[in-house]
Design a protein around this ligand. Structure first.
Ligand code: NDP
Ligand code: MG
Length: 377
């Protein structure tokens, strides 16, 4: 029997890569559910190719709400908890993915999680739900997949330190003054990864890496001072893991999301797959590593600060960033304003307990309101 997979956000960058992977693994997996936000045309083509038991669109669609079809935000939870689904690939961007992750975990399913924002906004709640309900969170993010691949089979007490790599984004060699005025086109020109717009901007501010530090903390249970980041422009080493004896393992490969997506589906097993470019150390060339410049990436430090504060500070950090990135992509604020907006929101936010959904959603809403004000001032 093949394993039923739901892909939430199937029309996005990760969603399309996931379908690419599943296309080579048809004996093991079947597509059981697909959802999109508004790209009805691509969703229909995907549904016609894969014949899933459930198809949902949040916003739009033709209005044919027959059997196995859903509309509106509730379609995400319907897809995530569909009886035909065993693994939910959450490839939604931003806070909108939270309820579906929680619902899938409550139903005891595996969540292959690309949607890192929701682990940042509600890490305590999400990990507790997984523990209490028998669900499982397996990261899709390449750095976290790398860590998972290095630690699988080990006890958590053997783990000492993680070092996540960051490409440094398109502005790595720029001056902070020039970066502050960068255009949308410039921010979207990522040197090593082809991804959706929001995460591409997050990679340019290095907010993405701050989100990943928080993600790693919740996934692997390490304190924040044991989760470090190094800039590695070639994106070949995805993470280093140091064990208590001082030994270090790393996971390497040419940048592709297809490998971490496949591993999230098969973990802890590995299956044959001929779809991605085989590693070649000579072709990978010289690998370099440099410290993170906090002058160049002020928003990264803000994220680490929010992480250290704990509670809803990470929720506010994520929400402020989502609002600021959206305004930047709409051409309404300059690039440097993203970090300034986050700083202002964190200054005004009173961090509280982030243990319940109500507390998290209230903090998220409040931070969004503050961000919309702060972005213009
Ligand atoms: P994209 O913008 O390419 O895709 C987002 C997907 O989510 C689309 O299918 C979109 O539908 C859907 N979507 C957008 N908003 C909503 C909403 N409010 N409710 C429901 N569905 C929504 O993003 P990416 O694929 O790049 O990223 C997805 C997630 O994966 C992010 O959390 C990102 O940080 C993470 N990630 C991405 C990587 C990458 O390589 N792209 C690498 C590591 C992590 P529609 O097309 O209809 O708008
Ligand atoms: Mg990543």
């Amino acid at each position: 029997m093949s394993v039923g997979v739901a892909i939430l956000g199937s029309t996005g960058s990760i969603g399309c890569s996931a379908l690419q992977v599943l296309g080579r693994q048809r004996e093991r997996f079947r597509v059981a559910a697909l959802t999109a936000y508004s790209n009805a045309e691509l969703l229909e083509r995907q549904a016609a190719e894969w014949g899933p038991a459930y198809v949902g669109i949040v916003n739009g669609g033709k209005g044919d709400e027959g059997r196995g079809k859903g509309k509106g935000v509730q379609c995400l939870v319907e897809a995530a908890t569909h009886p035909d689904v065993q693994i939910v690939v959450n490839a939604i961007v931003g806070a909108a993915g939270l309820e579906a992750t929680l619902a899938a975990l409550r139903a005891g399913k595996r969540v292959a999680l690309a949607n890192k924002e929701t682990l940042v906004m509600a890490g305590e709640l999400v990990t507790r739900t997984a523990r209490e309900c028998g669900g499982e969170i397996v990261p899709v993010d390449s750095e976290h997949s790398a860590v998972l691949q290095c630690v699988t089979g080990r006890e958590s007490t053997e783990l000492a330190r993680l070092i996540l790599t960051a490409s440094g984004g398109p502005f790595r060699t720029w001056t902070p003054q020039r970066v502050a005025g960068a255009t949308v086109d410039e921010a979207l020109r990522h040197p090593t990864w082809k991804m959706g717009k929001k995460i591409t901007v997050d990679s340019a501010t290095l907010v993405n890496k701050a989100l990943e530090v928080i993600e790693a903390h919740f996934l692997f249970g390490l304190p924040y001072d044991a989760v470090e980041v190094v800039v590695h422009p070639q994106s070949v080493v995805h993470a280093f893991v140091e064990f208590v004896d001082g030994s270090v393992l790393a996971q390497v490969g040419f940048p592709t999301m297809e490998l971490p997506i496949l591993y999230a589906l098969t973990h802890p097993a590995r299956v044959p797959d001929a779809g991605t470019r085989r590693f070649d150390p000579v072709a990978a060339g010289t690998l370099t590593f440099e410290p993170v410049s906090t002058d160049l990436y002020p928003a990264y430090s803000l994220g680490r600060g929010a992480a250290a504060t704990g509670g809803t500070a990470a929720t506010a950090f994520n929400a402020a960033n989502e609002v600021a990135v959206e305004l930047f992509l709409e051409g309404k604020i300059r690039f440097g304003r993203i970090g300034e907006t986050i700083a202002r929101v964190l200054d005004q936010h009173h961090a509280g307990d982030a243990a319940t959904l109500e507390a998290v959603l209230a903090a998220d809403a409040e931070a969004r309101r503050l961000a919309r004000e702060a972005a213009w001032r």
